[in-house]
Design a protein around this ligand. Structure first.
Ligand SMILES: O=C(O)C(=O)C[C@]1(C(=O)O)C=C[C@@H](O)C=C1
Length: 306
């Protein structure tokens, strides 16, 4: 049985993604995304599940920077999880009692309209994760009146749902990836994705175009390109690329060789099966059967049986 590290405590969206990806894995909750990745690097865990991007907010920059600068890791799987936020509080709390809200910064930005409309005077404080916020609010004497988290986190920590679905959009999804220490790659499936980090050798006119040409001339379809600051001053960036195909496909392999010729450094982050659609929403977190059913359904979708 594999042991997977994740941003805890129990009840985070990351835990939900992990349970859908590997329902039988032993789960190791960690305080931060970096701590989860370090648990994988050190061998304390066999792998880790971390968020990579959100359909509303964009990149999870901690994850991108860990992948670029930290000890190398390989992505072996991905999952698209529907993200629905609830306003959770201790029993008998009404909306008008809520003066202090605690939640993860990603939830604050994804629930901005609700907070401005319904709780314009509330102080909103950043928490290490949505479930950490729910756990804190459940404690007697907590300085917070409510948490924003998944409904299953409320169930887990004995909170009630004051308002459901408070996200700015009702179709938001977060992409999670499972990573492990460098080793054998997943076999090509015919529907794969490859992820790279690329550092430029020097800044010159057309540098970005040269990189993009390596993909376009071979008909490789890019699905994400993200620039991140190198930290060396304004105007200095490195790039994350996601594209369709597996490194074992000739045109993908050739595009990567081409990038090595035109760029300073190319870090390969893995070739892995592409997620086919968004995972089902889990409504009752404590029910293992619901996770097992959803995870079976995902496996059947992957096998082309649905
Ligand atoms: O706090 C959590 O529940 C997480 O799993 C982290 C996280 C994130 O980092 O974006 C994951 C999904 C949601 O977008 C909100 C928070």
């Amino acid at each position: 049985m594999s042991r997977l590290a994740y941003l805890g405590p129990e009840g985070t969206f990351t835990e939900e993604a992990l349970r859908l990806m590997e329902p039988n894995a032993e789960r190791l909750p960690c305080a931060t995304v970096s701590a989860a990745l370090n648990a994988c690097r050190s061998g304390e865990a066999d792998g880790a599940v971390v968020p990579l991007e959100n359909s509303l907010e964009g990149a999870i920059t901690t994850t991108l920077d860990e992948f670029a600068w930290g000890e190398p890791l390989l992505i072996s799987a991905e999952l698209l999880l529907p993200v629905r936020f609830s306003l959770l509080a201790r029993p008998d709390t009404s909306l008008w009692h809520i003066k202090r809200v605690y939640t993860h910064p990603a939830a604050i930005t994804q629930c901005r309209a609700f907070l401005a409309r319904e709780l314009p005077d509330a102080v909103v404080v950043a928490a290490p994760s949505t479930a950490a916020a729910a756990q804190e609010v459940s404690l007697p004497g907590s300085p917070y009146d409510a948490a924003i988290a998944a409904r299953i986190a409320g169930e887990h920590y004995g909170l009630v749902e004051v308002v459901a679905d408070i996200g700015d959009r009702s179709d938001t999804e977060t992409r999670f990836v499972r990573v492990s220490r460098p080793g054998p790659l997943p076999e090509p499936t015919g529907s794969d994705r490859t992820t790279l980090v690329v550092f430029l050798a020097d800044d010159h006119p057309g540098a970005l175009l040269e990189m993009l040409t390596e993909f376009s001339m071979r008909g490789v379809n890019l699905s994400r390109i993200e620039s991140r600051p190198t930290g060396e001053g304004i105007g200095r960036y490195f790039f994350h690329f996601d594209f369709e195909g597996h490194v074992a496909d000739a045109r993908v392999g050739e595009a990567i060789s081409g990038l090595h010729r035109v760029c300073g450094e190319v870090r390969f982050l893995g070739s892995y099966p592409r997620a086919d659609g968004v995972a089902p929403q889990i409504k009752r977190g404590t029910a293992d059967t619901e996770f097992a059913e959803a995870s079976d359904w995902l496996a059947r979708v992957r096998a082309g049986q649905v």
